[in-house]
Design a protein around this ligand. Structure first.
Ligand code: ATP
Length: 195
């Protein structure tokens, strides 16, 4: 069973993911794998350079700032970039899934709904947190100002729309409660998998 994990910026997806991992659940981080593929797949790299130019890489490292600047506010370029990266990640993910023997795995994708990737998942968990908590946590983590966090939030669906589509909602207030909520969902998923 594939369980999607999503939620807005700073909601606590990575924190929740680590908790599932510590329960022995296999995890797949779409964003991290996409970045790996953009660096290590020669085929993908060639296509990105063709689309965005040589500056997309610096000494074989991804030039994230350059790429972000190129595709920010340019929907066509972003769609073309996604059309290169997404199929490669999809293929990699399918290989990962085929190797798993656990009852379920968690597939983390911050923009699962925005990218219409929920069809990959049997169930979806949405992580939520109070807006002010999310803002202050990201400001602290990324050392950015409030406006920068709000700008990133504006590119994502709002929490309420994600909640409407979710199978499970995990609210992240304090870490102890969060661990308990994760354990409850874990047990429900194990039970759901018995049938
Ligand atoms: P992003 O979408 O930006 O990748 P995320 O949803 O993965 O964020 P996390 O990175 O898990 O969110 O959490 C954001 C920050 O808040 C991290 O620094 C994390 O350690 C911290 N954090 C998460 N949950 C809590 C909590 N309940 N109490 C205090 N700090 C928290």
């Amino acid at each position: 069973m594939i369980v999607g994990l999503t939620g807005g910026i700073g909601s606590g997806k990575s924190t929740v993911l680590k908790m599932f991992e510590s329960l022995g659940v296999p995890i797949y981080q779409a964003d991290i794998e996409a970045k790996n593929i953009m660096v290590h797949s020669q085929e993908v790299k060639k296509k990105i350079i063709h689309l965005l130019g040589d500056e997309s890489y610096q000494n074989d490292e991804l030039n994230r700032t350059y790429i972000a600047q190129k595709v920010f506010n340019n929907k066509e370029l972003l769609a073309s970039l996604n059309a290169i990266v997404h199929p490669a990640v999809y293929k990699h993910f399918k290989n990962f899934v085929a190797k798993q023997t656990a009852p379920y795995l968690v597939y983390e994708n911050a923009i699962l709904y925005e990218n219409k990737s929920e069809h990959l998942c049997d169930k979806v968990i949405v992580v939520t947190a109070d807006l002010e908590d999310r803002i202050s946590r990201v400001m602290k983590r990324d050392k950015v100002d409030r406006e920068a966090v709000l700008a990133r939030m504006n590119n994502q669906w709002c929490q309420e729309d994600k909640i409407k589509k979710a199978d499970f909602v995990i609210h992240n207030s304090n870490l102890d409660e969060l661990a308990k909520e994760v354990a409850v969902v874990h047990n429900q998923l194990l039970k759901a998998n018995e049938f």
